[in-house]
Design a protein around this ligand. Sequence first.
Ligand SMILES: Nc1ncnc2c1ncn2[C@@H]1O[C@H](COP(=O)(O)OP(=O)(O)OP(=O)(O)O)[C@@H](O)[C@H]1O
Ligand SMILES: [Mg+2]
Length: 267
Amino acid sequence: MGARAEAPTAPSEAPGRPPPTILERCTTGIEGLDNILGGGVPRGNMVLVAGSVGTGKTTLSLEFLVRGAERGERSLLLSVTEASDKLFQNLSTFEFFRPDLVEQGLLLFVDLPVIYDKLGFDREELSSEELDILLRAIRDLVRAHGVRRLVIDSVTSLCYRIRRDEQIRDFLLRLGEILTDEGCTSFLISEISPQAGRYSSRGVEEAIVDGILLLWNARRRGDILRVLQVVKMRGTSHSRAQYVIELTPIGLLMAPHLKGGFVEEGS
Ligand SMILES: Nc1ncnc2c1ncn2[C@@H]1O[C@H](COP(=O)(O)OP(=O)(O)OP(=O)(O)O)[C@@H](O)[C@H]1O
Ligand SMILES: [Mg+2]
């Protein structure tokens, strides 16, 4: 009688819980930020970049787009207030900017008012129907170009045209769903005053977004320093420490915020 082959046995299950899922990261390309986020923003997250005037919101977000485009990820700036050619001009003063990325179609600039015109939106306030149409237009734009990184500068200006808080909530929830489905990681710029005590002008945006990067000015012996803190980021553990940031020609640099002698803006 021939020997019977042993039936293979299933490897014994390791005791305890299964290993945690690690979400795919969208590496921002800003080294300090990627370090404190454990590798980058979880892909598909919608992140609020909140801060008062001149704190570096636009520069940080533009660098996020440029670094993405360098990696071959199509990156789109949706400009709401400032004309994108002016933003383009400002960006040209940074060494990290590569105009060839624009020529290759990897870095795209679109003015939201141009979209409003095309869609025939001529009233100051956007109706619920117009918001539906706008969402579809953004989805089509992202889909048509295969956009993997999107910045809206600023979501505050966009929301000025939305009357009711429930409409803002609904608009942002659906925008987040669309962008996540498309695998697009987004930064929404939020203009806040240091005294506001919240991260967005209407207080709605911050509850919906997956992450919040907070930027503010701090004074030390007459100097104004820029400070950044990750307030929340769904899908990853992260540092919540304060970092001093420097906007340099080669990009944003970060260092731990050593306490002492500082007066927070608004205090
Ligand atoms: N080429 C450059 N190199 C280094 N720093 C620069 C350069 N160009 C501008 N800056 C700095 O960037 C600052 C502007 O930052 P930025 O426009 O990103 O801030 P913001 O938070 O978007 O401001 P706002 O609230 O006005 O939109 C300038 O005040 C200046 O200090
Ligand atoms: Mg700005």
